[in-house]
Design a protein around this ligand. Structure first.
Ligand SMILES: Nc1nc2c(ncn2[C@@H]2O[C@H](COP(=O)(O)OP(=O)(O)OP(=O)(O)O)[C@@H](O)[C@H]2O)c(=O)[nH]1
Ligand SMILES: [Mg+2]
Length: 356
């Protein structure tokens, strides 16, 4: 799972990236958005349930779920033209979601590229850019389908079916609406999944501000989520010892570290759930798409385990805590036996029996 951090120059992308991943990239290195530069790092996801389980089960090792973030600089130079260049699209299309960092802080020392701080305008401009790119991509695709039709190499009805799907998308985008607001059938979903349309990606908008008052934008793009973060303050807090940081958090009225809030929002954005595994050596949390099956869970652990899947033994994490451990759960007959198609629920402990 990987989220791409985008935004206009000096909006605080690198600041947010450093908070999320404990990275130490130089901030305020105002490239003016001229160079395309990508930095990727992994963040450990806070998972309090895993802590409770770790206390109970006392594993040798506890492994938290991870989520990757990429700080993507250099978008600005490319915006408002006839679509983003391939070099940038290659970076953006593999992302599972996007985080748009929007500047909501005033700072005379750092001029805003557009001359004034106006979060709503920046939100709208970025949304328009995502939509424009998909529009260009789909127009090109439609042209190519017409060429294919002329050649007669592919089944005509198949071409026609694809055509009508892309025309529907084109009409939607033509109304300045993002693809994330459209519902797709599983057949359409299958066809479209390879394209990585930018306006279809889940979008989290982070308003980066420095005042006590929470900034607001009236119109958040449909289907996106918003979060307010005091970037610079939070970065400074994240560099202090936990004790010191806690003192300052109380003073500044920060109830929860922004890092935890942002990672949770990223998780929610991607509709991810956690499941847990445990053996003598390791207790581990895994990320899974909401709606995934026991077989998908096995696949996440190891492809061999999925291949040799016999059955899964499952118990909710809190039930396990209540019973006092796996042995107790087993002897009380509380481990449910489920098959490949079982839909995994958030917070379940899964033990897969397999044979290869
Ligand atoms: N006052 C204030 N300044 C901030 C805040 N967040 C970031 N800055 C400052 O804004 C400048 C740019 O921050 P960066 O995190 O480097 O922004 P960026 O979006 O990565 O910039 P580019 O990669 O050059 O486009 C730095 O000098 C930061 O210290 C904030 O919340 N308040
Ligand atoms: Mg940067």
């Amino acid at each position: 799972m990987r989220l791409g951090i985008i935004g206009f120059p000096a909006s605080g992308k690198t600041t947010i990236f450093n908070i999320l991943t404990h990275a130490d990239l130089t901030i305020g290195e105002l490239s003016g958005g001229a160079r395309i530069e990508v930095h990727t790092a992994v963040a450990q996801v806070p998972e309090p349930r895993l802590e409770t389980l770790s206390h109970l089960l006392k594993p040798k090792k506890t492994t938290y779920p991870q989520i990757a973030f990429s700080d993507i600089g250099g978008l600005q130079e490319q915006i408002g033209k006839t679509g983003l260049p391939a070099s940038l699209l290659n970076q953006l299309t593999p992302m599972d979601g996007l985080i748009n960092v929007v500047r909501a802080f005033e700072n005379d020392a750092i001029p805003h590229h557009a001359g004034s701080v106006d979060p709503q305008r920046d939100v709208n401009e970025m949304e328009a850019e995502l939509i424009l790119n998909d529009l260009i991509l789909i127009e090109r695709r439609l042209e190519r389908l017409d060429e294919e039709r002329g050649k007669g190499a592919r089944d005509q009805s198949e071409i026609q079916r694809e055509r009508s799907i892309f025309e529907r998308l084109l009409e939607h985008l033509g109304q300045e609406k993002a693809l994330r607001t459209l519902q797709f059938s599983s057949e359409e979903d299958h066809l479209l999944s390879g394209y990585g349309f930018l306006s279809r990606k889940p979008l989290l908008i982070i308003l980066n501000h420095s005042e006590n008052v929470e900034p607001q934008v009236q119109n958040v793009p449909q289907g996106s989520k918003g979060l307010n973060v005091r970037g610079r303050l939070e970065l400074e807090l994240s560099q202090l010892s936990e004790e010191e940081a806690q003192e300052f958090r109380i003073e500044y009225g920060v109830t929860e570290p922004a890092r935890d809030r942002m990672i949770r929002a990223s998780y929610d954005l991607l509709s991810i759930i956690s499941f847990f595994t445990f053996n003598e050596s390791e207790l581990r949390a895994w990320a899974l798409r909401d709606g995934a099956t026991a077989l998908d869970a096995a696949e996440a652990i190891h492809s061999d385990i999925a291949r040799g899947f016999i059955r899964a033994e499952i118990i909710a994490w809190d039930e396990l805590v209540e019973l006092g451990g796996l042995n107790q759960a087993r002897s009380a007959g509380r481990l449910r036996v489920e098959g490949k198609k079982y839909c995994v629920k958030d917070g379940e402990m899964i033990y897969v029996r397999f044979n290869v």
